[in-house]
Design a binder for this molecule. Structure first.
Ligand code: SF4
Ligand code: SF4
Ligand code: FES
Length: 307
């Protein structure tokens, strides 16, 4: 007999967003309510399978009576709240955040960010051309900062880390959203192969002692790649195709099936381009995987091409 847990019914919370009355189940966030009302709030560090990290601050909205703007991705809806998503304050806040991120980070593979920047008038280029990539970010020590030259924008650029055949780390695209750290750590994988190192502008995601991935605790589940919002982490096949100019999502199909490696029954989504599997993900709404896989499901398909 299959037993399905129905959970307790939740009270509805009523409040207003941009003058419209909305009702959402108790425990929902303002972002949930905005999504239900068809309002598009930008998010970067928010992950639908992760606890809110509140790291990026692009999702800020105004709540009447609150001194500061609040992050919509984590703030729970309360009865009678009056929320405004498009005001001078929210637009200015978003503009500043996107300008600072855009001046320091390569956002060229971050979905939707160009549109958000255009909407709020963000001009990251006003800080000057990006400074050259630095190859010593992993060695930087807290409190020892380089003196800016005043002509170029300081950036987190560094050489792309290609040290294994499965996935690539391009930390010049990293916005330090913590999603990979949380996915690798106690929220999903419990491997703790990566964490934040350094302080302030020198903060960066790192393995222990900045070791190459093959010498780290990484078990190559790829769950960090799954949640990375900017493309800082990408599958090697995707990275190589982007480098060669042959990555084309408009020519890709996605087919969801069940992994056959073991009896757990994980859902796999096979992304196929030109009759070739180019990456494997898992549906975030799957009650078995919640978007996570092990190395076999994530990367154990390469033999399919070796006919
Ligand atoms: S592949 Fe898995 S184990 Fe390795 S760093 Fe990413 S989440 Fe952690
Ligand atoms: S590598 Fe990606 S997921 Fe990890 S902190 Fe950077 S942007 Fe976020
Ligand atoms: S998406 Fe809300 S703080 Fe980043």
């Amino acid at each position: 007999m299959t037993i399905v847990g129905l959970g307790l019914p939740r009270r509805l919370v009523e409040f207003t967003v941009d003058g419209e009355a909305v009702r959402v189940p108790e425990g929902s966030t303002i972002l949930d309510a905005c999504a239900a009302a068809g309002k598009d709030i930008p998010t970067l560090c928010f992950g639908d399978t992760l606890e809110p990290a509140n790291a990026c601050r692009v999702c800020m909205v105004e709540v009447e009576g609150s001194r500061t703007l609040v992050p919509s991705c984590s703030r729970k809806a309360e009865p009678g709240m009056v929320v405004r998503t498009e005001t001078d304050r929210t637009r200015l806040s978003r503009k500043v955040v996107l300008e600072l991120l855009g001046s320091a980070t390569d956002l060229s593979t971050t979905p939707d960010v160009a549109g958000w920047m255009a909407e709020c008038g963000a001009e990251p280029e006003r800080f000057g051309p990006p400074a050259p990539a630095s190859d010593d970010r992993d060695d930087r020590r807290p409190g020892e900062h380089e003196i800016p030259d005043g002509l170029t924008a300081a950036t987190v650029r560094q050489p792309v880390k290609v040290d294994n055949e499965l996935y690539v780390r391009d930390y010049g695209k990293c916005i330090q959203c913590y999603k990979c750290v949380d996915a690798c750590g106690e929220q999903w994988q419990n491997t703790f192969a990566i964490t934040m190192a350094g302080r302030g502008f020198d903060a960066r995601i790192s393995t222990e002692f900045a070791n190459p991935l093959p010498d780290s605790a990484c078990v190559y589940c790829g769950n960090c790649v799954e949640v990375c919002p900017t493309g800082a982490l990408s599958f090697k096949r995707e990275h190589d195709k982007r480098e060669a100019g042959t990555w084309d999502e408009s020519r890709q199909t996605a087919t969801t099936t069940i992994c056959t490696f073991c009896g757990v029954g994980c859902s796999l989504t096979l992304h196929v381009q030109d009759n070739e599997i180019v990456k494997v993900t898992s549906p975030h709404e799957s009650s078995v995987t919640h978007g996570n896989l092990c190395i076999k499901g994530r990367f154990g398909w390469q033999h399919v091409q070796n006919r």
